[in-house]
Design a protein. Structure first.
Length: 229
């Protein structure tokens, strides 16, 4: 764990190092739900002082990824289905608004980035590379928001969807799931390339709701990650 933590944290401020590293570790289940977190231990693992770690944990509490319990400590939260629904509501509102603008305004040279991303996704599916596919999935959605001229949509979406990302990453090891996601990505990009805002919105809503429809199966496969009802 130590080496992966340090590798992730290179090249940014100590405050951002701590936040990005801990968020990725929680979302990716490297720091598992229910785990008690020690500021001293985390600071040593990441290679920063306790202050950036304390700041990061405060931000992660706001995202409902950690719970700070007085007299007991700080713990990684379990996946909460209400938090997933809230995150999905925010993400869909922001990204659907952005994609309507992207479909209307995107120029040919900008669309080339979308095609390159899809080609890389195809290679990741063929290579059975879930980690690379997850990164490319994020990159595609960020590109679509950027094409709208409303980059803030991606930043706000990213800030609220930690619980949703946890579920998404649990599902990605399934090769069939990645293939379905790729097909849906192609449909979204195709509508944007055609400058069809109505179709782009329809296809993106369908795609974003995929993780919600898969939630019961994901919970059944990984009950230890979820908050008990």
């Amino acid at each position: 764990m130590r080496s992966s933590f340090r590798e992730r944290s290179l090249g940014t401020s100590a405050r951002d190092q701590a936040y990005v590293t801990l968020r990725k570790a929680i979302v990716g289940a490297e720091l598992e739900p229910g785990r008690r977190l020690s500021e001293n231990q985390l600071a040593e693992l990441i290679g920063v002082s306790r202050t950036p770690v304390r700041d990061a944990l405060s931000r992660l509490r706001d995202e409902r990824l950690v719970a700070i319990v007085p007299q007991l400590g700080t713990f990684v939260t379990y996946i909460d289905e209400q938090a997933i629904a809230d995150a999905h509501f925010v993400r869909e509102a922001l990204e659907v608004g952005a994609i309507r603008l992207a479909a209307r305004d995107a120029r040919p040279e900008q669309l080339a980035d979308l095609h390159r991303n899809l080609e890389a996704q195809e290679r990741a599916v063929a290579d059975d590379d879930a980690a690379t596919f997850a990164r490319l999935d994020d990159d595609l959605h960020r590109l679509l928001c950027d094409l709208s001229g409303r980059e803030v949509a991606w930043r706000l979406s990213e800030r609220t969807r930690g619980q949703l990302d946890r579920v998404r990453l649990l599902s990605l090891p399934e090769a069939g799931y990645r293939g379905q996601m790729l097909a849906e990505h192609r449909a979204v990009v195709g509508a944007v390339v055609d400058h069809d805002a109505v179709a782009a919105e329809r296809e993106l809503r369908k795609h974003l709701r995929m993780v919600l429809s898969s939630l019961p199966a994901i919970r059944e496969a990984h009950p230890e990650y979820f908050q008990e009802d």
